[in-house]
Design a protein around this ligand. Sequence first.
Ligand code: NDP
Length: 329
Amino acid sequence: MVFRALVTHKDASGNVASAIEEMRETSLPEGDVLVGVEWAGFNYKDGLVLTGQGGLVRDYPHVGGVDFAGRVIESRDGRYHPGQAVILTGWRVGEIHWGGFATRARVKGDWLVPLPRKLSTRDAMVLGTAGLTAMLAVNRLKAEGVKPGDGDILVTGAGGGVGSIATHLLGRLGYKVYAMTGRPELAEPLMRLGAAEVVGRDVLEGTGKKLVSPRWASAVDTVGGAPLGELLKQIKPGGAVAAIGLAAGDSWNATVIPFILRGITLAGIDSVMQPIAARVGAWERLTSLFSSKVYEEMTQEARLEDLPRLAGDILAGQVRGKVVVKLAA
Ligand code: NDP
């Protein structure tokens, strides 16, 4: 059986490029479940993989796509049967394993999550890794004792995938969300998603001080780098920051002052290696909280052939909300 894939190659000079190819199912990697991919998500990490950055891919040729949803075609895993709808996010699929930028994927049954009954495969990928990560961050803030009445919550990188979904989920849960974006044109869509206010990136501009007036009860941070360093100085006593990403960098200058004078918590979120039980719980909660109708204006459909161009856009912080890739005819 022949299928279509966006295959990424690296040449002898180290240049990485991707093109659509027809492949045979026999070229797929080992695994117990063959999935007919209907939709894939498109994430910051996919941008890194398609441009050969971040050292994420070990072997070429490679098929990227860190998350996908589709239907089981064949299964040697008793938990999955042909026709069953499934989701895959994380487990380093699309990085060290072949991923969802293809109409077929063969993976381990252990990596799959059954699609929740009320979710379509398209909506599962509108959410994808970004949605799962946003949900895990929101759950973590709750576990740290952050309540809707505590005050303003800052979401950074709010115009991107994780940030926009976090804004939506927190808004639905009754938190007062301040959505931080470098794109003023996204103010209205972010308010419709659930933000109470939209602020510019200047709220986290460097002050050179070790501590500033407390401003935020808590925060979901998708950008890391210097803005995260500033954010920690602005968190109210006892507040928490869920740290997700590094769109603005992976390091910052820090002191222990906000931790020891204000007792704040910096909580890291990893969606990639989350155990299945936590994933299933998060997907159920996402299904009940997320409105694909409200989020539609932040959703963009793409085809495999669009992805090399979109890779540059997402790394430049230019993608609005989420891109979903249509694979089924
Ligand atoms: P997107 O590119 O969709 O969103 C990132 C957003 O960050 C941009 O849209 C932009 O938003 C903002 N941004 C970009 N550059 C800068 C900058 N220099 N300074 C301040 N803000 C900036 O990516 P995703 O939402 O898919 O992922 C966000 C981050 O989270 C990435 O680093 C990704 O690797 C990470 N991630 C981590 C996961 C985990 O398990 N921990 C899972 C998924 C993602 P705006 O224009 O609105 O300011």
